[in-house]
Design a protein around this ligand. Structure first.
Ligand code: X2X
Length: 342
């Protein structure tokens, strides 16, 4: 037993010994690593992504130099293609929303189930527990190593036409949705007219009135200045949470020394903590700081009563029936059990 422990210790030390910048026989590091993110600063998402890149570059003394590509320009702006590019190696690292990857990783539509997650504590219990671990195992089997969960905030609905309190109010409104099929089904179920487009196409579509509304987190609404794009009515229905995932291409991850992997992971956790704090600051009800500022810009915020929210929840039951088998019965049941405690 003692001898075994000694051998293990020697092996670990030898491993560290070979972990230098250009060890003989080990895979060479790239001169630069590409990090993809939909959003740049000042959005909390962009802060998380850019901070991760900075911390990794700094803490590895430049052994791993990370360059940020927002937009996400590495996939021609098509955010739904990001996961494929990450697993194939066109992207080395990414900070992405679960919605954006959900058409390529079906389990991620879990977070698209409408009105599943009631509050941030429930979201943290999901991502920090067995559900999050299971999703990271799925990602790894597909070629990406998940290192940390961040947050983009609860997604609210805004529009240029009228206040929304009931499914009747949203009927027929043309709503831009992020590219996740479950969200299109959700908006269709409540009577809206959803249309999917990239974020870069969404902004001119809102500005010109080609679409009436959109669904996004308040922090994104503010950083993109959607109040200057006709968005005067915002309903705080918290219909989905939108966690972020900090991930690395699996081959790239395996090419790094254990020491560097630990640095990259810790940097992801640190950057995610900062991102989460910013994403959740003052954005949940009409009385919160950010929404008061928006009110001064002419944006009317509507808080739904629990009863009003329940009417929407009832209207989307068909989405659960259709999507639970696609996401996986077990995973959905596990998530519902966690949520029930909050
Ligand atoms: O496209 C969006 O709406 C955004 C920026 O929030 C996401 O990528 C999920």
């Amino acid at each position: 037993m003692r001898k075994w422990k000694l051998l293990a210790a020697v092996a670990a030390l030898a491993g560290l010994g070979f972990a230098g910048p250009s060890p003989a026989g080990a895979q060479a590091y790239k001169a630069e690593y590409k990090l993809s993110t939909v959003l740049a600063r000042p959005s909390p998402w962009g802060v998380g992504a850019e901070r991760w890149a900075e911390l990794v570059t700094e803490r590895t003394g430049g052994r791993i130099t990370v360059r940020v590509f927002p937009g996400p320009s590495l996939v021609g702006g098509n955010q739904t293609m990001e996961f494929g590019a990450l697993r194939q190696g066109a992207i080395d690292l990414s900070v992405s929303g679960t919605n954006n990857w959900s058409s390529q990783v079906k389990e991620l539509s879990l977070f698209g189930l409408p009105f599943l997650v009631p509050n941030a504590a429930a979201l943290d219990a999901l991502t920090g527990g067995e559900v999050g671990a299971e999703i990271f195992r799925v990602l790894e089997s597909k070629g990406a190593v998940g290192l940390a969960w961040g947050d983009n905030g609860f997604r609210q609905v805004s529009n240029s036409k009228r206040p929304i309190r009931t499914p009747e109010d949203i009927k027929g409104l043309k709503i831009r949705c992020v590219g996740s099929p479950i969200l299109l089904d959700t908006f269709t179920a409540i009577g809206a007219n959803p249309t999917q487009m990239t974020w870069s196409d969404a902004l001119p579509a809102l500005a010109t009135g080609a679409v009436d509304g959109q669904e996004n987190a308040v922090s994104i609404f503010v950083s993109a200045k959607l109040h200057t794009m006709n968005q005067k009515h915002m309903t705080m229905w918290h219909y989905i949470a939108s966690p972020l995932i900090f991930a690395v291409n699996r081959d790239v991850w395996n090419s790094w020394s254990p020491e560097d992997r630990a640095i990259v992971k810790q940097a992801a956790l640190d950057a995610a903590r900062e991102n989460i704090a910013l994403a959740r600051e003052g954005v949940l009800t009409a009385g919160d700081a950010v929404l008061k500022q928006l009110a001064a810009e002419g944006v009317e915020t509507i808080d739904l009563t629990p009863g009003e929210r329940a009417v929407f929840r009832k209207a989307v039951q068909g989405v659960y029936d259709k999507w639970t088998p696609i996401i996986g019965q077990d995973l959905v049941a596990k998530a519902q059990a966690v949520v029930a405690k909050h």
